[in-house]
Unconditional design. Structure first.
Length: 174
């Protein structure tokens, strides 16, 4: 018996190796390269699309606030679903109530910050942000910082707001 057999008996059961593994041919290398390139391209498109959605929704959010501030009902309605639902500390609102409340607001300015979008598939997204408002509602000062959220849904290829809420931040230490 050979020395190899004494120390490694399980090797004796293996068939002898007759030739090395064949090297991949050009076709296999090209196919693999194209596959990796397509995966990288699709990943880049997905990341780019997400960033584009974030920018698109931020612009739509600002446009809705601007239309509300400027009391431009038609512009406001173009951005939001007719079945809009909104929830505030004062209660639940729909599109008709939003349009009526628009007339009671005297908004001097607004500023959106900390805007973050979370996508749920390719046609639904939730945006959360802070908005600082200066203005009055029905003659009462409503200026301050608010935590806000909107739900956006694609309808016929266009993003529409379907839900909105905002809540005034509590004073620091209170």
């Amino acid at each position: 018996m050979t020395r190899r057999g004494n120390y490694f008996p399980h090797f004796d059961a293996l068939p002898p190796r007759t030739s090395p593994d064949p090297l991949p041919n050009r076709k296999d290398i090209m196919r693999t390269s194209i596959t990796y390139a397509m995966i990288a391209l699709l990943a880049a498109v997905a990341i780019s699309s997400a960033a584009t959605n974030d920018d698109t929704l931020l612009e739509k959010e600002k446009a809705a606030w601007q239309a509300f501030k400027d009391k431009k009902q038609d512009d406001f309605k173009k951005l939001l679903s007719g079945q809009l639902t909104a929830v505030y500390a004062e209660g639940v609102s729909d599109m008709q109530k939003e349009l009526a409340d628009m007339q009671k607001w005297d908004m001097k300015s607004f500023a959106i910050s900390d805007y973050k979008v979370t996508s749920y598939g390719s046609d639904t997204a939730v945006a959360t942000y802070k908005v600082t408002v200066e203005g009055t509602y029905d003659g009462k000062d409503q200026s301050g910082a608010y935590n806000a959220a909107s739900v956006w849904k694609k309808h016929n290829g266009q993003w529409q707001g379907i839900f909105h809420t905002d809540v005034k931040q509590a004073p620091a230490g209170g």
